[in-house]
Ligand binder design. Structure first.
Ligand code: IMP
Ligand code: MG
Length: 181
C-alpha cells in the first residue's frame, strides 16, 4: 500500500477499525435496547466514525451535528483548552437519549466542554463514544462510555482525523511524522 508522505506507521488497518466499530455498536445496541438514540457528531473529524457506527447500530437513531473551534496542545500556537461552538445543533435534545460521538479524546477539554454544554439542555441521558482515546495526554477528566481504541502518544491521521485538513479519508489509522512529509 502506498502511504502519503509523513504517514509512517499504520496503527489500525481498515479491517481492524471496521471490526472494532461493529463491536462497539453492539455494546451501544445493548445499552439502549428498546429506545431511540440521538447521535451527535462533531464536525468534521467525527463524521467518518459516525456514519460507520450508525450503520452498524440496529436501534433507531437520529443524527445531529455541531462544529467547534478547539485548540488542543497538538495544534501549535494556541492555548490548550479553548473551545467554542461554531455551528450549533439543528434541534433541541431535551428528554432524549444522547450519545456524543467523537473522533478522539486527547486532553479532554473539547469533550468536557461539549458534555457540559449538552447536559445543560436537559437530555434524558448523555454519554460519550470515541473512536480513539489517548489517555496519556489527558488534562481534564471526562467519562468515556464507549471507546474503540486506546492509542499511544503519537499524532494520528485517518478515519476522519486530519493533518492540516488532509488525510481524513484514509480508511486506516496511522501515526504521522510531519517532518518526513
Ligand atoms: P482535546 O480537546 O485535546 O481532547 O482534543 C480534541 C481535538 O484535537 C480532536 O477532536 C481533534 O480534532 C484534535 N486532535 C487531537 N489529537 C489529534 C491527532 O492525533 N490527530 C488529529 N487531530 C487530533
Ligand atoms: Mg475533532
Amino acid at each position: 500500500m502506498t502511504q502519503p508522505p509523513g504517514v509512517d506507521r499504520i496503527l489500525f488497518t481498515e479491517e481492524q477499525v471496521a471490526a472494532r466499530i461493529r463491536d462497539v455498536a453492539a455494546e451501544i445496541d445493548d445499552k439502549y435496547r428498546g429506545r431511540e438514540l440521538k447521535l451527535i457528531a462533531v464536525l468534521k473529524g467525527s463524521v467518518f466514525f459516525l456514519t460507520e457506527l450508525a450503520r452498524a447500530l440496529t436501534i433507531p437513531v437520529r443524527l445531529d451535528f455541531l462544529a467547534i473551534s478547539s485548540f488542543s496542545g497538538h495544534s501549535a500556537g494556541n492555548a490548550p483548552g479553548m473551545v467554542r461552538i461554531a455551528k450549533d445543533l439543528d434541534d433541541p435534545i431535551q428528554d432524549e437519549d444522547v450519545l456524543l460521538v467523537e473522533d478522539i479524546v486527547d486532553t479532554g477539554f473539547t469533550a468536557r466542554y461539549l458534555l457540559q454544554t449538552l447536559a445543560g439542555r436537559g437530555p434524558r441521558s448523555l454519554a460519550l463514544c470515541t473512536l480513539l482515546d489517548r489517555t496519556v495526554r489527558r488534562i481534564v477528566q471526562v467519562p468515556v462510555d464507549f471507546r474503540c481504541f486506546e492509542i499511544p502518544d503519537r499524532f494520528v491521521v485517518g478515519c476522519g482525523l486530519d493533518y492540516k485538513q488532509l488525510y481524513r479519508n484514509l480508511g486506516y489509522i496511522a501515526a504521522m511524522n510531519p517532518e518526513k512529509g
